[in-house]
Design a protein around this ligand. Sequence first.
Ligand SMILES: Nc1ncnc2c1ncn2[C@@H]1O[C@H](COP(=O)(O)OP(=O)(O)O)[C@@H](O)[C@H]1O
Ligand SMILES: [Mg+2]
Length: 251
Amino acid sequence: MLEIRNLHARIAEDGTEIIRGLNLTVKAGEVAAIMGPNGSGKSTLSYILAGKEDYEVTEGDILYNGESILEMDPAERAAAGIFLAFQYPMEIPGVATMEFLKVAMNAQRKARGEEELKIPDLLKRVRGAADSLGMDMNMLKRPLNVGFSGGEKKRAEILQMKLLEPKLCVLDETDSGLDIDALKIVADGVNTLRSPDRAIVVITHYQRLLEYIVPDSVHVLYRGQVVRSGDKNLALELEKNGYAGVIGEMA
Ligand SMILES: Nc1ncnc2c1ncn2[C@@H]1O[C@H](COP(=O)(O)OP(=O)(O)O)[C@@H](O)[C@H]1O
Ligand SMILES: [Mg+2]
């Protein structure tokens, strides 16, 4: 579903190379974890997948279902079923969360050639998803993410993901800022999204989240490259020995 081949990317503004020959394949149905110390390029990778303009791909390719997405803008990528939950979700003042969800869901449906949702149907779906995440419907009257706590922002991201039914989900540090109960709710949300026709990429630098979201594969990112891949045991090994062991092998 996702194939990243020898990707090189730099910051557009000053030309600093951050991603340096990254290779990664994630199959449909798979949950892949990307781990790595701070500053290794994890968030940058997620921004590049989303199509953020601050970064320039200088070499390599990103294939989604066999086709390059490099020429697609962020809206086209979203319409194609790529969803990113950011480490620091954007605040959207003046737009009630509910309104945002309505617009996003209908845009997604339009891209799939489906009709707009009628209000009662929309409300039913949103209520169902919000309930499952322990979110109060009253919160959805508030502008998206404005004044939300860290945990509330993450729940709002998972809520969007549940409602938009993307095919490729990328979650950047979904665990940061969450207490243990919120972490479990978010992990359950991700687990219910597991499906044979969906790939999920979970970016985290702690093993903790992976106790609740058990990955099929684990990839260690360091200095803009995947330096080691393995199964869930690799995450346990990292937890025990730290990154030094894996990174040391690089030298
Ligand atoms: N827009 C930017 N301007 C300057 N430096 C950046 C920018 N984006 C990323 N970096 C740098 O790139 C490196 C990787 O950052 P990041 O992708 O956030 O790492 P991670 O998410 O793994 O902690 C860091 O050294 C960071 O300072
Ligand atoms: Mg990051």
